[in-house]
Ligand binder design. Sequence first.
Ligand code: NDP
Length: 329
Amino acid sequence: MEYTANTSRYENMTYRRIGDSGLFLPEISLGLWHNFGGVDIYENAKKMILYSFDQGITHFDLANNYGPPPGSAEENFGRILNRELKQYRDEMVISTKAGYRMWPGPYGNWGSRKYLISSLDQSLQRMGLDYVDIFYHHRLDSRTKLEETLCALDSVVKQGKALYIGISRYDEETTEKAIPILNDLGTPFIIEQQRYSMFDRWLENKLLQILEEHKKGCIVFSPLAQGLLTEKYLRGIPENSRAAKSHGHLREEQVTREKLDQVTKLKEIANRRNQSISQLAISWILRHKSIASVLIGASNVDQIKENLGSLNNKEFSTEELKEINQILM
Ligand code: NDP
């Protein structure tokens, strides 16, 4: 029997418009990069997705290569969606991407028309979907002409396989080049996906401003710096944490004394605001009104629950922001 979702799921979530498009995203979205693959526990993945949807998280972010093994996060998500949430498909925004190595040989990577179009076909098949809501080019490809990549994105919309288009990890210069090309094509390009957290603020240099000027939206990933912006690493590297896993993308050497000292200082501010460190880190991002959504990852339901708590306190005083800047300098 299909899942029956919580009837009050929209009561406590705020939805932000993506740029000047008609599409809205929940302030917190769930990403399936880690913990939803073939190596992970299916029942845990299912619990996290159902819990998220019950809390008003309508947006789920995937990519062709999420797993491990690559493709397995899409397979698991498709299974959960089709078994449990099929009746809610139109209440969900599902995204996927292509841009990293997905299959052997010269056609399973980067940004050619050949790769992008066939990869999306494979993703749709794995998820058992007719279309995704947003299809992203996952990373810049300096070997392929930008026009070829962007025309391929335009084509998938025309083919009805994606409703909107996004780009991810593009630099400022290429983003500025891509916008007029996509606008001229009439492609519904609405969003850029970029890394942003207290520990990685490059978005503030110029990109956010470019997106604002062109009325494009922004969704940010790794808001907790993959778990560093929590209490978890203050007393060593716990078993089962991302930094401890051989397939985790957070490496042990990234857990530095300097970062942990900063987390300890941030904890004092979080305490004063009645927040945990992760809640502080997420609400600090949401102070930017042009960031449509914060894309969190999680390894269990409790983490999602805790991170959702950040929505209860999104205001910062000038003093608090100054203090945070000093810690992060
Ligand atoms: P986060 O920075 O939110 O890190 C998530 C990890 O932090 C969790 O898996 C968990 O790790 C730990 N964590 C989360 N909440 C808590 C908590 N309350 N207490 C303690 N630990 C916690 O985001 P991700 O790096 O996972 O990225 C989020 C999403 O962004 C991805 O799933 C993906 O969809 C997208 N993304 C996109 C990229 C792109 O190139 N476009 C690149 C990277 C991500 P643990 O296993 O240790 O418990």
